[in-house]
Design a protein around this ligand. Structure first.
Ligand code: G1P
Length: 305
């Protein structure tokens, strides 16, 4: 991993992960276990997201959490005793896996004290950034994005390249069926010379399908220019009565700030609801060297019933 200087045009040092929600769709489990720590086979969703951020060059994970959810950041603390015990028992591979999360990047957290929406959550990260950080990545931990083989899609690194080229703010878009569009932030776009990069002229949160400016939806990966923090101070409640990150980005666009999207052509899972979570889980299980083959056989039999 090459060290990036945050002053380089496309580079970022901090990846913000908003994780303050109640996880209502997973209650009652989320009374005791934060949604971000639910396992995808054996690895919490937030570790998958942290690994993606580290791979793209992030050096620091800034978790926006709420009182009572400190276990999300605690998960990234080293547990030397456990690692030593596993090594003593000859379980070196497991020891490696236990040590992976703490070794990925530096982890800090800030609180969002009131559930006022994604824009409000991201705003809490502003004061925790260094003065030299001109851009920040935001990764929504409900969204898993991956390449054609289930591997890291590299979309954040691609977004950083696009920021180097065009400046401003770069987001990740994926094309969704129009009937599903009102679950997302939606882009009004025109093409550029690169088929996978589009210029954004407007953005609207959760429009009705017939009002949506396109079928390109925001996929939970953002590379935000620092200007967004000042824009977040100027927006009022939007869709759902919440302070929306989408509305701050729309404000920047209106004021002439360049915003582009990288169109993600790989896959995506939504860990934020049980149906999407199970799909992610099954996909990871099917790819697992130990459990994959037997699950595939069982599923084939099960689906014949
Ligand atoms: C959030 C964003 C939305 C984005 C979506 C991606 O919505 O507000 O713009 O398209 O994540 O998952 P939420 O899913 O939190 O309602």
């Amino acid at each position: 991993m090459s060290a990036q200087t945050p002053s380089a045009a496309g580079a970022f040092r901090t990846a913000v992960v908003p994780a303050a929600g109640l996880g209502t769709r997973f209650l009652p489990t989320t009374k005791a276990v934060p949604k971000e720590l639910l396992p995808v086979v054996d690895t919490p969703g937030i570790e998958l997201v942290a690994a993606e951020a580290a791979e793209a060059g992030a050096q620091r994970l800034l978790i926006v959490t709420s009182p009572g959810k400190d276990s999300v950041a605690d998960y990234f603390r080293p547990d030397e005793e456990l690692v030593a015990t596993l090594r003593k028992r000859g379980k070196d591979e497991l020891a490696e896996r236990v040590g992976r999360a703490p070794g990925l990047l530096e982890v800090d957290s800030v609180y969002q004290h009131e559930p006022k929406g994604l824009g409000h959550a991201v705003a809490q990260a502003g004061p925790a950034l260094g003065d030299d950080e001109q851009a920040v990545a935001v990764l929504l931990p409900d969204d898993l994005v991956f390449g054609p083989d289930g591997d890291d899609a590299g979309v954040l690194a691609r977004m950083a390249q696009v920021r180097t080229e065009h400046g401003g703010t770069v987001l990740c878009a994926f094309d969704v069926p129009r009937e599903q569009i009102s679950a997302y932030g939606v882009f009004d776009v025109t093409g550029t010379d690169d088929a996978d990069v589009k210029r954004v002229h407007g953005m609207v949160e959760k429009p009705e399908p017939d009002q949506a400016p396109s079928t390109f939806a925001a996929a939970g990966r953002y590379l935000l220019d620092r200007a967004v923090f000042e824009a977040l101070e100027r927006i009022g409640p939007g869709a759902g009565g919440e302070l929306q990150l989408t509305d701050a980005i729309a404000l920047l666009i209106d004021e002439g700030h360049p915003v582009h999207v990288v169109v993600h052509r790989g896959g995506r899972h939504d860990l934020g609801n049980p149906a999407g979570y199970v799909r992610a889980y099954v996909d990871h299980m099917l790819a697992h060297p130990e459990y994959g083959a037997s699950l595939r056989g069982w599923l084939n039999d099960r689906l014949k019933d």
